[in-house]
Design a protein around this ligand. Sequence first.
Ligand code: AMP
Length: 544
Amino acid sequence: MLGLMQSHKLMLSSVIRHAARQHGHSEVVSFMSDGSVHRATYVELERRCRRLARVMQTLKVGFGDRVGTLAWNDYRHFELYYGVSGTGAILNTVNVRLAPEDVAYIINHAQSKVLFVDPSLVPLLRGIANEVAATVRDVVVMSDKPVELGLPAGMRVHCYEDLIAAADESYVWPEFDEESGSVLTYTSGTTGRPKGVLYSHRASLLQSYAVNSADVFGLRAVDRILPCASMYHATAWTLPYSVPMVGASLILPGRFLDGPSLYRMIESERVTFAFGVPTIWTGFLDHLKSAGGKLSTLKRVLSGGSAITRQLVETFREYGVRVEHAWGMTECGPVTAYNAPVAATKDLQGDALLEVMLRQGRPFFGSDIKIVDENGVELPRDGKAFGALLARGAYMTRQYYRQGEEGAADPDNWFATGDVATIDENGFVQLVDRTKDLIKSGGEWISSIALEDIASSHPAVAEAAVIAAAHSKWVERPLLLVVLRDQADADSAALLEHFKGKVANWWIPDQVVFVPQLPHTAVGKLNKRELRTQYGEHYNAGTE
Ligand code: AMP
């Protein structure tokens, strides 16, 4: 017998409708790529989203068609999240920091016939125009005045605000199968070509509910949220949905993620909670320390995407800000685990507390994880055994977009994350490494993440990376690459001494290479593939 409750499909459009009806005065503030600041309420934006839905009809975008974006975090990109997905079309957000050939690959692979582009990214589009000419038929420049693009004949060019102005508001958000695709986002391609992950309305809506629980983001209507995670990658960790869902205000930083800009925004817009990868926070704190200043409203910072360091937690604490740690990946919706205390950890202090905070967190409702050995047998949750981390649940990828069975979840829906981890008795996962970044020395595993955390706690170190370098005797040995802080002075011996007593002696890197900077991927993580190419033979080459 069916229940007698109303049946409503889980549609993402219901989020913006709710925000407009219930939290109409909350605002979305955008730092636009031309340097201007734009302010709008959810009421105004929902109306524009309906016009945009009409624009989809004008541009002949049908149900399930893909619409690409080359855009930053601002209100027009936000409108596209609803104005495209809300009609049943699929928004393909393209990571504009990828190499141009990957950007072209994604647009072609997604088969996006319509492409929305920020004026500041027109040069990127121009550079790949010939490669995508057979796919893209309409280009919409996200500006209020028409721009001459010089694109190949055959690509029609439109101006965003002209299209919006010509559209009417009478659109009624439709209901359709909640499992329909909503956003197509690609992995950042550190191993081979980027792969497409196709979110559904149901998965993103359920995950947005879940992250709004108290032990995850726990957002509130009075919050002012700054997503430094990009809307062009993995839906900026659900924030374009989870923030309006509770009626909090959204501060969209555009392309300005440098320390001074972020500081100005956080103070002038009274940001209470900001989200980003550790690289962003390191740059932000460096600025704060050198320029001086206080944080008047910021209380929480979420750091995800790469491991956090003690340094980060402790420095933010000096400013009265709590660092929260999350783990996820594009394929997982993307948020899976969150580091909130349980009864057994809530009273910890000092180092014991720090140890727990450095763990990546525990899965919240809707996701399940396990670690397995090389035969697929589940390993104990004792905080010591480590193995391949698998995940499954309502927000997880079943298979990649147009990739056949390559990388698909197993028949029981367990998806191999490519991470190696431990899980402790309280369910907290701790990443040991990406599978490919682990160092195998004399048959024993060494965690590069653990070594990087220790190295970066040395006061002279601005950033550290540890990679596996080939070794004639031990097969692989850890090699430490270090960027020193300005004016800091430390030699190899001092840095290696710093590891003593913190890890087993045989874990300590054999050598240190000082570099002016370290390479990062398009989402701000250390690019270890590039480092391995450059330094992988360091020990064999006998260089010091
Ligand atoms: P992406 O798909 O770009 O979001 O990258 C996902 C990968 O980033 C994961 O599989 C992890 O290897 C890494 N990652 C995400 N969050 C963390 C974290 N808190 N600590 C360490 N690594 C992380």
